[in-house]
Design a protein around this ligand. Sequence first.
Ligand SMILES: [Zn+2]
Length: 410
Amino acid sequence: MSRLTNVPKRKLTIVVVVCMLIALIAGIILVLGGNSRKLSIKLNGEKSLKVKAEQVYKDKGATATLGDGWFKFQDKEVSVKAKGHVDTHKAGVYEIIYTAKCGNKKVSTTRKVKVLYDDKEPPVITLDGGENITVYQNIGWNDSYTATDNRDGDITKKVKVSGKVNMKKPGTYKIKYSVSDSSENKTTVTRTVTVKEKLENVPTEKVIYLTFDDGPGPYTDKLLDILKKYNVKASFFVTNLRSDFQGDIAREAKEGHTVGVHSYSHDYKKIYASEQAYWDDFDAMENVIVAQTGQSTRLMRFPGGSSNMVSKFNRGVMGRLTAQADQKGYIYFDWNVSSGDAGGTTNSNVVYQNVINGVKSHNQSVVLCHDVKGYTVDAIEPIIVWGLQNGYSFEPLNEASFTAHHHVQN
Ligand SMILES: [Zn+2]
């Protein structure tokens, strides 16, 4: 009998042992599983999407979970931080980065949101010099234009230009400019360029005094060749910044141009530190001029002009220096037309436009240029051509000329 009752007892023991083993394994999984749990992140909604500008954009966020992928009941939601902002007022591609952290675990994911304008307005192309331009054979001409868009702003760099002008062959040429904005509105404009053979010289009372500061330098010879070609006389307020080009001062004087003193060092801090420092520097330059031309000069221009504020570290110095210049018998010149080449632009066509726009509003124009700038020298021939055609004469400054004085501010 005892053998019969023993059988179920043994079965029970086996069941108990198996149950204990399962409980043990489950316990191990639970304990070890805690460490091998993974932090994962998932975007709610699309990974990349487009929205129209000025519409409300509501971000759907992301969900992060800490879990082992086996026992879902153990999964834990972890908070997600979103970084990035979608500005629906401004077209562009925006990124939102979602990050979740748990202990030393960290995960992140990204969403791209493209904001598009509902824009029907095409960009505007402005051709410097206009849609019809006349240029002269073998005279340099730089094509210049800008493109702006109501939404994208300056998109000049995106302009595609087709067509060419053969400066050597008189005739009519067409150049096509086209550009598209970010909303794919396209603008195309055409410029007609007429290349003509020769110039007409119509002299009148209107006078242009071309003045060149800071030279001589590497471009001075080229400039003198251009002036010679048109028999135009100009004025040079010289420096010793490039002593290796000093010989050009002699050439300037020899070819009938006016040479005046600008500065030996052109060092604002140094020359405007005191009146003594100013006149020492001035005398040094005048000595160079005498050495090159055999003559002294009474014409001068202050570095920065008489209205400069670069000297403000020495209060009142310009008032004192302008008075002293008069006492010493010097005539200082400022200008009433600026080419803008001292920092405003590095583009020959802009220099050309600045000078022409300025000259148009004066009967006598003292034009400030710098012959140490190659792009300025490149603009001079077209300026001369325009001036001659429009009835201006080009004269060198002399002691009786219009001084175009500025208001002394320091
Ligand atoms: Zn200067």
